[in-house]
Design a protein around this ligand. Structure first.
Ligand code: AMP
Ligand code: MN
Ligand code: MN
Ligand code: MN
Length: 281
């Protein structure tokens, strides 16, 4: 039986419905799953219904975007009370920014000749919560790019036509929302930010000082050397260890739900603290 504390449904940029995601977890022998959609908790009720039917332990989560030193980082909130008003007010700001950003991204793409980019992209998002993943899928479908790597590089990052400066809330604020909602804050996929080693160290130091609780030590697709490097960082910065596939469910994805290498023995698993969380109103 496995544990997977990071996954997505079609309420953000995953492909599967929450129901299908939980059914897959059950099939894969994943007993404990966290649904952590980007900046929304809207899929949790549906996920909980299926989890109750199938006997899967659902951890209520969210993967909140955040800004640290003008750059985007991702914070997974684990064991949150999704009805907490401070958390929802914070996420609402991100949902509003996502709507504005999607219009600006579409405008940038139209300026380089990609017509009706907004409506074409909406077709890939059943719940109309547009992420860069959806724009990427649209650009591949339009045969403008052939794979996710090139589409992000050529259209969706830096000064490229579909890129918009991020306006997420500060990392300290995001950690606070999660704590107010009774959850634990985990810094997701530490090596995916393209930061130098020194900068990852400064990020984790800042994250710990702001009250951050854990580090995603085992990430979907990690090499053993990356797991070991992340484990050393968790020990150095006194963070609990999390593990999550970051499964999105699109065809051709290399990550598998609930299939991860083990957390190194030296690391205290963050899930050892999850049962004791007392939800606050
Ligand atoms: P957003 O939060 O809307 O900016 O979208 C970020 C999402 O885009 C991430 O959560 C990933 O799922 C996806 N993503 C970012 N960079 C890449 C990449 N190089 N290849 C594939 N997916 C990516
Ligand atoms: Mn994503
Ligand atoms: Mn992420
Ligand atoms: Mn994710």
């Amino acid at each position: 039986m496995s544990i997977d504390l990071h996954s997505h449904s079609y309420y953000s940029d995953g492909f599967l419905s929450p129901q299908a995601l939980i059914e897959l977890a059950k099939k894969q022998g994943c007993q404990t799953l966290c649904l952590s959609d980007h900046d929304t908790t809207a899929g949790l009720d549906e996920a909980q219904d299926t989890a109750d039917k199938l006997g899967v332990n659902l951890i209520h989560g969210v993967e909140a975007s955040a800004l640290w030193q003008q750059q985007t980082v991702h914070i997974v909130g684990l064991g949150i009370d999704k009805n907490n008003t401070i958390l929802q007010a914070g996420l609402k700001q991100h949902q509003i920014f996502r709507k504005q950003r999607a219009r600006l991204m579409a405008k940038g793409l139209e300026q380089v000749g990609i017509k009706d980019a907004y409506h074409k992209t909406l077709k890939f998002a059943p719940k109309k919560m547009l992420t860069r993943t959806h724009f990427a899928k649209m650009l591949i479908d339009e045969k403008i790019c052939s794979n996710m790597g090139s589409v992000f590089k050529r259209y969706l990052t830096g000064n490229r036509p579909g890129s918009v400066a991020p306006q997420w809330q500060a990392m300290s604020a995001v950690i606070n929302w999660i704590h107010q909602a009774g959850g634990l804050a985990v810094l997701a996929h530490p090596f995916r930010y393209r930061f130098t080693n020194a900068k990852v160290g400064r990020l984790l130091s800042a994250f710990g000082e702001m009250g951050g609780d854990g580090l995603e030590v085992v990430v979907g697709g990690s090499l053993l050397e990356e797991v070991n490097k992340a484990a050393q960082l968790a020990l150095k910065y006194n963070l609990l260890g999390s593990m999550g596939s970051d499964y999105h469910g699109w065809a051709g994805e290399y990550r598998q739900l609930g299939k991860l290498p083990p957390l190194p023995n030296s690391i205290t698993p963050i899930w050892s603290k999850l049962n004791t969380i007392k939800y606050q109103a």
